[in-house]
Every structure is written in structure tokens, then in C-alpha cells.
Design a protein. Structure first.
Length: 101
């Protein structure tokens, strides 16, 4: 289990991937079949902006259902085996765009 704080209040409008869930899909090397919150079996519908408790200055994306994404400011317990993808596009889709790829 990994504890994260829901920071959807900081989420940017979009990235060049076409949405934050697609951004996670593009860079995680995983597929989301369910919301990553432990005990939730909802369908992933949002790329949720969260902060790990141990790394409060780093925003990352994880797949969340609408109900869990709406828990802004709350601490969520997510599965350990989810790949966290940076919410900063400089290291992901923004880099491709800037370099012309």
C-alpha cells in the first residue's frame, strides 16, 4: 500500500496526450483495468494528480475512478505495483513536442 494525497485541485487543463489518463497510459508501461485506490473496483476515468506522502514536492499521475478523483485533498491508499508517471510534462509529452518528435 502507498499513501498519497489527492491533488486534483492542482491539475492542469490538459497535456498533448489528450488527457491525463491517456498521459498515464502512454508513459506507465501498464494498463489500467481498475481504479488504483485499494478497495475500489471502479473503472479508471481520470488521470488523478496525487502526491506521495514521502515526496510532497512531486506530483504524479495515477488512474482513478470519478468518485476517488473527486476526493480532493484527501489521503488515498493506492496499490504498490502502480507505476507513477510525472505530472510534469517537461519529462514526458512536453519533451517530445519541444524537440519535434
Amino acid at each position: 500500500m502507498m499513501r498519497v494525497k489527492n491533488r486534483m485541485d492542482l491539475a492542469a487543463d490538459a497535456c498533448s496526450c489528450g488527457g491525463w489518463l491517456q498521459h498515464w497510459d502512454n508513459y506507465s508501461r501498464q494498463r489500467a483495468n481498475f481504479c488504483m485506490v485499494i478497495g475500489c473496483d471502479g473503472k479508471p476515468e481520470a488521470g488523478g494528480w496525487v502526491q506521495k506522502e514521502a515526496e510532497p514536492d512531486r506530483l504524479v499521475i495515477v488512474p482513478l475512478c470519478k468518485a476517488c478523483a473527486a476526493k480532493v485533498g484527501q489521503t488515498l491508499e493506492i496499490v504498490n505495483n502502480v507505476n507513477l508517471v510525472s505530472a510534469g510534462t517537461d519529462d514526458t509529452c512536453g519533451r517530445k513536442k519541444a524537440s519535434g518528435y
